[in-house]
Design a protein around this ligand. Sequence first.
Ligand code: HEC
Length: 238
Amino acid sequence: MSFFLFKSILAIFFLFAAIIAAITMLSLMGKAKRKVSVQILRKMHKSSGFVFAGLLLVISYFCLKYWAMVGDQISTRAVLHGVLSLTLIIILILKLSIVQYYKQFLRLVPVMGMIVFVLSFVVFSTSAGFFFLRTLGARTESSDISETAQPPPQGSAEKGAALFKSKCFSCHFTDREESKQGPGLKNILKKEKLPFSKRPSSIENIKKQLKTPFLTMPSFVSLSEQEIADLIAHLKTL
Ligand code: HEC
């Protein structure tokens, strides 16, 4: 199972826990006639809250690991996702400390709960939601770029190998097809389809992956045409 699939599946449970926590909170605060007793609702709110916070910790750990690996080449979407997640964590910590220690602010708690709930949805959409949309959408994507008539610029496989080592190796194996952070790139240009997006395995589609990556790979817009040609010459030897 790929790293992102695993994280996205955890995120579904995370969202589910958020929904239960929100519904129980709303029933506790707002409903005049409840079908379920206050005790049970409290318990449900508390336990879904624990599951929510636990999953948030695990998912945040994965995110931090990914950020450390990607460094500065992070996409705008990932930055937005990170900022929103951090806001969510801070509001959640504030809410929990008010409930535990600063009861004079208790009237703020329901509003904070709602904000946490809304942020959970937005944070989910900017990562796992995007992941599912992209992977499901990929099956129906029709605008594949195929090989253009122009021959690619001459590249040096040797220079490409050095470049690969510094920019790509942390996420891709070259001697096997198993995944590291991204798919293994052995035989990448000898196969019919690219390993992740399932687009036709062509030089144009690899260039496209470097400039506007399919999913979560950082973008390499700063590479020159020559560097890309070197990288591709190296990929041909795999
Ligand atoms: C931070 C990790 C990371 C780095 C660094 C990275 N990649 Fe990737 N790569 C991925 C991931 C994850 C995927 C899966 C598809 C996606 O997320 O876009 C991928 C997919 C690919 C694919 C397959 C695309 C497809 O359509 O199936 C190619 C080719 C590729 N990377 C080449 C490179 C090259 C060349 C470099 C270096 C310039 C590089 N990658 C650097 C993570 C990375």
